[in-house]
Design a protein around this ligand. Structure first.
Ligand code: SF4
Length: 340
């Protein structure tokens, strides 16, 4: 059960893969994130739970539970609660999952759990989620890298899109659901990096305005707006071919981790210690050190509660460009070719 945001679904893939070595794995995910697992070899069935739309309310919960009950389950059904909401826990119970495993921090949901696992705040979230399985793969060490599996359709779509740029490229992802996590200097960063690399802007249709500002700041022909032009898995395939991703603390950093591309993640109101940093080799993080108010929120508030937003405003384009150049110098050579 992973009914949280896209990035959470991506960092759940090590857990899914560990469980797939024991038996069939069906994944319940919200409708705007489930598509990222399309064709994933560890997933038997994707159960879309549109909890804010078509499956809203008790009627929707019962309908989705029926869909899960209809799936084969020889030897019983175990639910691993990768998201700690009481609604998801109720879904597992209604779906006939005799064993329900979740974290001890889920105060309201844990009444539904038959096994409770300690939530270790010091670990990366991918490792925390893997601990739900009590898997032998989880030796308590480094966080396991997530994995996504783009297919032929994604490769073709990215081939066509990248025909519009020449040479190695840096991807930038200026968007975020949370306004205070959107670093404001991507146009200046794009202009600084365009001398050595093409710049490709990734994101959803809602990020188009941010992309246009970056394109306008770069020399003609050196930047490409890919926002809204690829599926979620297509975006992962695009990132697989990038030399580096520069991103806010949001889903694209997890897509990059899942395809082995280093990310430079910019943290403002949040910090890497929350357990959601980038995992691909060569990845780095950026943030304003020594700010007493930081971090101020587990996700990033809609507005800076202090009004000054220094955690982002004081992180200059020059500083981030220098970190990006360092990452590019240390990164393995980009592979602009399609995968076999
Ligand atoms: S309170 Fe501090 S950490 Fe939070 S948004 Fe404002 S400047 Fe950033």
């Amino acid at each position: 059960m992973q009914t949280s945001f896209l990035g959470d679904v991506v960092v759940t893939t090590p857990l899914i893969e560990a469980l797939a070595r024991r038996g069939a794995v069906d994944v319940a995910a919200r409708q705007d994130a489930a598509a990222i697992l399309t064709g994933h070899p560890a997933v038997r069935t994707l159960v879309v739970y549109d909890k804010r739309g078509a499956d809203r309310g008790v009627g929707g919960l019962v309908r989705v539970a029926r869909r899960i009950r209809a799936l084969p389950a020889e030897g019983g059904r175990v639910a691993y609660m990768a998201q700690g909401s009481p609604r998801s826990a109720a879904l597992a119970w209604l779906a006939g999952c005799g064993t329900r495993v979740g974290f001890d921090t889920s105060r309201q949901a844990r009444a539904f759990y038959t096994r409770v696992v300690a939530y270790d705040p010091a670990r990366h979230h991918a490792a925390r989620l893997l601990s739900l399985a009590a898997a032998t793969e989880d030796a308590g060490g480094e966080a396991p890298a997530p994995r996504l599996v783009p297919g032929d359709a994604e490769r073709s779509a990215v081939d066509a899109l990248l025909a519009e740029v020449r040479g190695p490229f840096v991807a930038v992802a200026p968007g975020s659901v949370w306004a205070t996590k959107r670093w404001p200097y991507y146009p200046a960063l794009g202009a600084a990096l365009a001398a050595s690399h093409a710049v490709v802007v990734v994101g959803g249709p809602g990020d188009r305005e941010l992309a246009e500002a970056i394109i306008a700041a770069c020399p003609p022909g050196r930047a490409l707006d890919a926002t809204g032009r690829l599926s979620l898995l297509g975006s992962a395939e695009l990132l697989r071919r990038a030399a580096l991703l520069v991103t806010n603390d949001s889903a694209p950093q997890h897509l990059a981790s899942a395809v082995g591309t280093p990310a430079l993640t910019i943290f403002g109101p949040t910090v890497p210690e929350f357990g959601f940093g980038p995992l691909a080799p060569g990845s780095r993080t950026a943030g304003v050190d020594g700010l007493a108010c930081r971090p101020c929120d587990p996700h990033g508030p809609a507005r800076c509660p202090l009004g000054h937003w220094r955690c982002m405003r004081e992180l200059s384009a020059e500083a981030v460009a220098a970190l990006a150049r360092g990452a590019l110098a240390g990164a393995a050579p980009a592979d602009p070719a399609p995968s076999p």
